[in-house]
Structure formats: structure tokens, C-alpha cells
Ligand binder design. Structure first.
Ligand SMILES: NC(=O)c1ccc[n+]([C@@H]2O[C@H](COP(=O)([O-])OP(=O)(O)OC[C@H]3O[C@@H](n4cnc5c(N)ncnc54)[C@H](O)[C@@H]3O)[C@@H](O)[C@H]2O)c1
Length: 436
């Protein structure tokens, strides 16, 4: 396939060498003539393992060339991959100037081209860029998005230092577009890659790099904070983190990664507090670990404010323990929300099949009677009566009897879902998800 790559920096140069290695014909475009000259002299524009060899070999085989003339490059190709820079502007947003300039150049060239053209956005871009790029191309080409050309979001996941190896073995290949034809073209571009192709919503493809890289930053900061505590205690941090990463069920896994309500319970808050106290005693500053509880509280505040914003006084909590399948009420975020609503004069009722006051024992019993001495008056046992008593129904637990709730008549209550009772996004007037 004849492919043009815009931008001959780290991402573009690696794409140029690797896609040529897979048999495509590549033309690199850059406004920097020095980079264009390097490629045309069979040299890479960057320092990266194996890239010199790939550029040299494929240039000799006439599969790589470079130019500053974007018009000719577009006219003579069927796919353009945009890899130009998107630096931060003074507000921290990404500066899309180079992307929009390339979109304009592609539009001007497409005005003179009759074949269908596919434009992939490989750079990391602000949400909404796919749509904006399509509008710019449409404006300068007088062609129609989806009919004459397609714009495909296609984020890049390589790491500098191992970029060539990462290009050939990415975690996945994400493609997003309104155009099936454009998606088909990009699948052909990457057909020799050893990776799963995922067709994602455009908004997700535009946001995923930010989320990925923020998490990578969080991982590094977390490991370094654990390292500082370990050193102060004379514990081998490398050994400890090896143990940590060996747990592929709860630690390195999708578990705990679903947006929903705040954490609670008798263990997690207690042990997090204990670790922070150890660090405090040792005068170690832990901005990440010490802010987790603050973030959790902010999430409870968010739910409280959401409920208050509905201007309804009768609120029913379906589930009150800290998670499904237990009667443990200790540090339950739902219980804290109820307590704060009661303090503001709301009429709150609770339905939780697992919570039977006469069976509560020990610390759990002590906790609930200290926190909510009148919980007896709030608990209801009849589901239908409970539903009818509420104007807002907050679903806290997805317990075994959730089907019973879902099959009841819920048409007269506003549902606030904290646990994703319904898998698909549903847009109905009386339903609202906490993070979806
Ligand atoms: N570097 C990485 O490891 C990496 C990884 C994944 C994603 N990304 C993203 O990919 C994008 C590119 O990153 P990079 O590190 O390769 O940037 P870079 O700064 O190394 O290269 C960008 C190139 O684009 C060229 N350019 C600017 N305007 C142009 C135009 N109108 N026409 C043609 N070329 C033009 C510049 O001259 C430069 O050579 C960024 O959005 C970045 O966030 C980078």
C-alpha cells in the first residue's frame, strides 16, 4: 500500500521504517528539510535501537522516500498517517496547530484527487480532534467525509528506547472511525502486526493515551513511595514489589478498575491509614498514598451533591453494607452518605437483605449503633413498600436479588446507579449512572 507519514520525529520515523519493513511503500513528509534529507540519505532522524538498519534496508529497496511537498505525497498515496507533534500549550492542553495545518494540506491535495483517501491520526490529540480534522479536510477539499475520505483515530503506544520492538508488538491496535471503509484500509495497513485490533468509540480512542500515560505515571510514583517507606524500615523494596506484582488476581488485573462508588470496609481504609502513619512517623512525604483517602472522600461528596441536586427529599438506599454479599457496615461509604443526608433533613430509607440488626455482632454492631443509633427506623423489609416510599432510589449493591429490584415497577422513582446494574448505557429519563 502507498502510505504517507506526516512528521518524521520519533513516531513518524519508526512508523516509516517498520511499515516499509512490512512491505508497504512509504513517503515521509516533514517541514524540517534536515529530517527529509536524512531520510533521503538512508538515515534515521532519531536515535533508537534497530531503526538505522530498517531505514537503510528499505530505502535501498526503494520502499522509503521523503519530501517537504505534502501535496505530491498525498496525491500519490491512499493513506496518510499523521504523526506530527502535539506539545502542551501554556494552559497544559495539547496544541493542535500542527495537526490542523496538516489537515488543511491534506484537504488541499484531496481537491485534486478522485480516489477514496484515508487519514489516520496517530499523534496524541485532544478529544474532538477526529471530527475537527474531518471538518477541515472537507472545507479545503470540497469532498465529503465518509464518502470521499475517512478519518481514523489510531493512537500510538510505543515507548522510546524500545520503539521498534513496541511497534511490531503493541499491546493492541486501536482504530476508530465513522467510516467502515477507512477502518478496513487501516486494518490492511497493520495486517502483518502481531496484535489484536480493537474497533473503539472515537471518544475512547482520543482519551486512552491520556489515561494510559497518567496510570503509568501513577505506577512509577506509587512504586517510588513504597520504595521510600521500605528504605526507612530496612525492607528490600525490590523484593516487596516483586511479591506485589506476583498477585495477578487482585493487584495486576482488571479488578478494582471499574468506575463505581467509593471504597470502604474494615480493611482497606484501616491499612491505608496505617501505611500513611508509618510514613508520617518516619517524616516521609507521600503525596500519592496520602491523597487516596482524600480522593475517596471527594467521590462520596460527589454522590451527595448529585443527590442534593435532584431536589427530592425521600431517598431510598438499595444496599447499605460496604459491598455486596456481606453485612459488614464498617466504613461503608453508603452509610456515611445516609448519615450526611439525615443531618441535612432528608427522609432516608434503607433496604438490604444482608443486614439483619438482630444478627449483627461485635465491632460491626458497635460501629453501626455509634454511627446511626436509629438505623432500626430506617430499615425496610418489604421491597415494594421500600420502592414506593422513595422519590430517588440509590442502588449501592448488585446483590443476588438485584433481579427482583429490576423486575419491579420503577417508573415512579429516579434511579441513581452506583454499581452499573445495567450493562449497556441506557438513556432513560429516570436513570443516571454515577460515572457513566
Ligand atoms: N515520542 C513518543 O514516544 C510517542 C509515543 C506515542 C505517541 N506520541 C505522540 O505522537 C506525536 C508525535 O510525537 P513525536 O515524539 O514523534 O514528535 P516529534 O517532535 O519528535 O516529531 C514531530 C515532527 O512533526 C513535524 N511537523 C510539524 N508540523 C508538520 C507539518 N505541517 N507537516 C509535516 N511535519 C510536521 C516536526 O518537524 C517534527 O519532525 C505526539 O502527539 C506525541 O504525543 C509520541
Amino acid at each position: 500500500m502507498d502510505i504517507t507519514i506526516f512528521g518524521l520525529g520519533y513516531v513518524g520515523c519508526v512508523g516509516l521504517g517498520c511499515l516499509a519493513e512490512q512491505g508497504h511503500n512509504l513517503t515521509g513528509v516533514d517541514i524540517d528539510k534536515a529530517k527529509v534529507d536524512l531520510i533521503n540519505n538512508e538515515k534515521a532522524t532519531i536515535v533508537e535501537k534497530d531503526i538505522d538498519e530498517l531505514i537503510k534496508r528499505n530505502s535501498k529497496d526503494k520502499r522509503i522516500t521523503a519530501t517537504t511537498n505534502s501535496f505530491e505525497a498525498v496525491v500519490n498515496s491512499e493513506v496518510a498517517i499523521i504523526c506530527v507533534g502535539t506539545p502542551n500549550d501554556e494552559n497544559g492542553h495539547l496544541d493542535m496547530t500542527y495537526i490542523y495545518r496538516v489537515a488543511k494540506e491534506i484537504g488541499e491535495a484531496l481537491k485534486e484527487k478522485n480516489e477514496f483517501y484515508t487519514v489516520a491520526i496517530r499523534s496524541t490529540v485532544m478529544p474532538g480532534t477526529n471530527k475537527k480534522v474531518a471538518e477541515i479536510i472537507q472545507k479545503f477539499s470540497n469532498k465529503i467525509n465518509g464518502k470521499d475520505f475517512a478519518v481514523v483515530s489510531n493512537p500510538e503506544f510505543m515507548r522510546e528506547g524500545s520503539a521498534v520492538a513496541d511497534f511490531f508488538n503493541p499491546p493492541y491496535t486501536i482504530l476508530s472511525s465513522e467510516s467502515e471503509k477507512g477502518l478496513g484500509k487501516m486494518k490492511m495497513v497493520y495486517q502483518s502486526l502481531n496484535s489484536e485490533v480493537i474497533i473503539a468509540p472515537i471518544e475512547s480512542a482520543e482519551l486512552i493515551k491520556f489515561v494510559n500515560n497518567s496510570f503509568h505515571g501513577l505506577k512509577v510514583a506509587f512504586a517510588n513511595e513504597v520504595g521510600r517507606i521500605c528504605k526507612s524500615l530496612g525492607v528490600n523494596s525490590i523484593n516487596l514489589m516483586d511479591l506485589f506484582t506476583k498477585d495477578k488476581i487482585l493487584n495486576i488485573s482488571p479488578y478494582y478498575f471499574k468506575p463505581g462508588f467509593a471504597y470502604g470496609g474494615s480493611c482497606l481504609p484501616k491499612d491505608l491509614k496505617a501505611l500513611n502513619s508509618i510514613a508520617h512517623d518516619k517524616y516521609i512525604n507521600l503525596p500519592v498514598l496520602s491523597s487516596i483517602e482524600e480522593s475517596n472522600q471527594a467521590h462520596i461528596d460527589y454522590v451527595l451533591n448529585l443527590l442534593i441536586s435532584k431536589n427530592k427529599k425521600k431517598i431510598g438506599f438499595y444496599g447499605i453494607s460496604f459491598k455486596a454479599g456481606t453485612d459488614d457496615l464498617r466504613f461503608s461509604p453508603a452509610l456515611e452518605t445516609v448519615e450526611r443526608l439525615l443531618g441535612k433533613g432528608y427522609d432516608v430509607k434503607i433496604y438490604d437483605k444482608n443486614v439483619n440488626l438482630s444478627r449483627l455482632m461485635g465491632k460491626n454492631k458497635e460501629y453501626i449503633y455509634n454511627k446511626l443509633p436509629h438505623i432500626n427506623n430506617l430499615l425496610m423489609e418489604d421491597l415494594e413498600e421500600f420502592i414506593n416510599s422513595a422519590e430517588i432510589l440509590v442502588v449501592v449493591n448488585k446483590d443476588n436479588d438485584i433481579e427482583e429490584l429490576l423486575s419491579a415497577d420503577l417508573s415512579n422513582v429516579q434511579i441513581i446507579d452506583l454499581v452499573r446494574i445495567i450493562e449497556e448505557n441506557i438513556i432513560v429519563t429516570n436513570y443516571e449512572g454515577i460515572c457513566w
